[in-house]
Design a binder for this molecule. Sequence first.
Ligand SMILES: [Zn+2]
Length: 130
Amino acid sequence: MKTSQRFMDIVCCEHSPGMRCEFCGRIHFGVDDEEYDELSEKQDKEPDKYIGHHDENGIAWGYIDGKIYVWNCPCDLAYRYEQWIWNNRNLICEYLKRRTKEALKQAEADAEMVEETINAPESSRRIIVS
Ligand SMILES: [Zn+2]
């Protein structure tokens, strides 16, 4: 299988003249890369390491799990993440629901405390240290 266009569009929101995929080490470059000619020569010698995007100005990329993933990289490691998210969607949704609910409850308590502090007479204001 292959990473879906949908997932790559969501992940790869950054653009640069060239970029290295941190999952596999491949160097991707477009025609606007300052080293385009040099990289094209390297691609002739090592076509699996240097990936020229000869009809594109820039390279789309983004972060997955803190590492740079380049759009449509042959390593296709985004597929593993996409499948993990989809296969665990019920667990992920339940976790997000509970965590968001807890965060909202805490934010409301914080807002109430701030409101009470602002509206209290100056002589009775507490100094809150945490
Ligand atoms: Zn890669």
